[in-house]
Design a protein around this ligand. Structure first.
Ligand code: HEC
Length: 141
């Protein structure tokens, strides 16, 4: 008897628990799929996103943007797993998905902040490849 009643409970539990453990996130997958399609359109040699390039984009000191914010780390701090701070002193939750699991799952939020922050730091919009590399890096952290 116990076997028959326990099975459905286990099935429900695995549905609830497995996505959280595996980090699966349909919203983020859809955003990455869209960026991948755009990156292919923008460059014929596109061969997938790369966490290493995302790491460099995050840490590099860029020129062309606002002098007060030469890098993503200017606000987000040197480590993706730690909180950052706006220049006005407001805390920003870590960008790493392991620390802030809801990151990169709302297309409007993602688009808004890439537009604003890439313009501040690089003086231009980020390309689809740069955005996908960045999210891929942050998902690996
Ligand atoms: C002037 C400060 C500042 C700089 C510089 C900055 N950011 Fe941000 N960023 C923020 C704030 C504030 C938020 C919104 C608060 C939050 O999401 O916790 C944010 C959020 C984001 C998000 C949204 C994440 C999500 O939850 O979906 C992305 C993507 C992002 N930033 C990327 C970047 C990248 C890439 C750079 C460097 C090119 C960068 N940021 C530089 C302040 C900054």
């Amino acid at each position: 008897m116990i076997r028959f009643t326990a099975l459905p409970v286990l099935a429900v539990l695995s549905v609830l628990v497995v996505p959280a453990v595996a980090g699966a996130n349909p919203g983020r997958d859809a955003i990455l799929a869209e960026l991948s399609a755009q990156a292919k359109d923008q460059a014929s040699g596109f061969a997938g996103f790369d966490a290493g390039r995302g790491d460099v984009l995050f840490r590099h000191r860029h020129t062309g943007g606002k002098p007060a914010t030469p890098a993503c780390t200017s606000c987000h701090g040197p480590s993706p797993i730690q909180a950052g701070e706006t220049r006005a002193g407001k805390v920003i939750d870590p960008l790493a998905v392991s620390r802030t699991p809801e990151r990169y799952s709302d297309p409007e939020k993602v688009a808004k902040w890439f537009r604003r922050n890439c313009n501040s730091v690089l003086g231009r919009e980020c390309t689809a490849r740069e955005k996908g590399d960045f999210i891929t890096f942050m998902t690996s952290q």
